[in-house]
Structures are given as structure tokens and as C-alpha cells.
Ligand binder design. Structure first.
Ligand code: CA
Length: 223
């Protein structure tokens, strides 16, 4: 899951970025309003975290700009402004949630999980395909009731696959959403990680869930 944080206070921005990365999200941090809007318009994010008071373009304009471009990515406003009218303006401009500084990082993380759940209406709290289950709140993964231990990247890759079950995910899509960077087409990082995941999820089981779509990418499906 890829998240854009638009926040001009370097300390706060870096703190959020680090906390999100520890939860296995891919994170871009931007300290400028206009540049942040540009990024939101040109990259497919799963959640945007937007400060209101920003250099060059206020957060409310970023909200309006993305909604006008028909981008419906969940947006959480993060700001020191606690006044009710600011909150109302933010929500009216298309924000999905609102958190006032100072905030507890655990609350921010919980709100992001809630936004991701809402973002894809078909996915309930626990993601499930066949006998494979992933709980985004606890990051626990089980197959056939047996716990599977994954590294952060393996987990992030599996969550992305499970949120898009039955769809072909190309290597560029995977690298953008899981790695937060574009690998050039000759690196095989993604294939290597898919193999790690296969070893833990599918190895020794009669039903394989991770499928290679020749010439395109990968797909998670039950048969
Ligand atoms: Ca600010």
C-alpha cells in the first residue's frame, strides 16, 4: 500500500514516514503543497495524508484539486488547526478523515487502516482467499489455520496481492505499490520476492494461490 504524506514540518513528516514504513507501507514524503498535488495527480496512491498549512499551496486546494481530477483516493487531513470550521471545510472539500496535531501515532495508523478498508469496499477487516487469511490490524497471516511468518516486504507484497485478488498485477504496478520506486525492467527483485512468498504460502500444498501470468505479471487466485 503506497501512501503520500504532504507535510512541511520536516520533523513531523519524517516521524510519520518512519512509523508508516515500520508498518510495511511504501511512503513518499513531500514538503511543498504544489509539488504534493502534482504527485497526487500523477501517482496512484492508496491513501493521502495532507497537512493544511503548506508552502505554495494550502492543503484545502490539494483536496479540491484531486477531487476535481476525479481521484477518489482516501484523504486524511493532518493539521494543528483544531477549529471546527476548518474541520468542516476540509471534510466538505472531500477529505475522508481528520486528525488534529498533536496526535498519537497509533491513532494515525488505526485511521489509515480504516481508510484502506473503506477504500476497497469489497474487502472486510480480514482478507481471505481460500484457506489463506491476512489480518491487516495484527499483520497475522495464516494458511489452513497455520501461522506463516513473513518479512516486512513479503507481507507488503502479499497484502497488495490479496487486496487485488483475481486481477493481473504487472511488475510496474507491484514495484510502485510495494516498493515505492520504479525498478528498471531488467531487475528481478519482484520475481525474487514472489518466490520467497511462494515458498512460504504455496510450497508443499496441493492448491497453489500465486500464479504467474506469462508476459504480464502475477495473480493471486484460488484456481
Ligand atoms: Ca504545516
Amino acid at each position: 500500500m503506497r501512501i503520500l504524506v504532504i507535510e512541511d514540518e520536516t520533523k513531523v513528516g519524517c516521524f510519520i514516514k518512519r512509523a508508516l514504513e515500520e508498518e510495511s507501507y511504501a511512503v513518499d514524503l513531500c514538503e511543498d503543497g504544489a509539488k504534493g498535488l502534482e504527485m497526487a495527480l500523477h501517482t496512484n496512491y492508496d491513501v493521502l495524508i495532507v497537512d493544511l498549512m503548506l508552502p505554495s499551496l494550502p492543503g484545502l486546494e490539494i483536496l479540491k484539486g484531486t477531487r476535481q481530477a476525479r481521484i477518489h483516493t482516501p484523504i486524511l487531513i493532518l493539521t494543528a488547526q483544531s477549529q471546527v470550521d476548518q474541520r468542516v471545510k476540509g471534510l466538505d472539500a472531500g477529505a475522508d478523515d481528520y486528525l488534529t496535531k498533536p496526535f498519537a501515532i497509533d491513532e494515525l495508523l488505526a485511521r489509515i487502516r480504516a481508510l484502506l478498508r473503506r477504500g476497497s469496499t469489497e474487502s472486510p477487516g480480514v482478507l481471505q482467499i481460500d484457506d489463506l487469511a491476512l489480518n491487516p490490524a495484527t499483520r497475522e497471516v495464516t494458511r489452513g489455520g497455520q501461522r506463516i511468518d513473513l518479512t516486512l516486504k513479503e507481507y507488503a507484497l502479499l497484502e497488495y496481492l490479496m487486496r487485488h485478488t483475481g486481477r493481473v498485477l504487472t511488475r510496474p504496478m507491484i514495484s510502485e505499490h510495494v516498493w515505492n520506486q520504479d525498478f528498471d525492467t531488467f531487475t528481478n527483485v519482484i520475481d525474487v520476492y514472489v518466490n520467497y512468498l511462494r515458498n512460504k504460502i504455496d510450497r508443499g500444498r496441493s492448491k497453489k494461490l500465486i500464479h504467474t501470468i506469462r508476459g504480464s505479471g502475477y495473480m493471486l487466485k484460488a484456481d
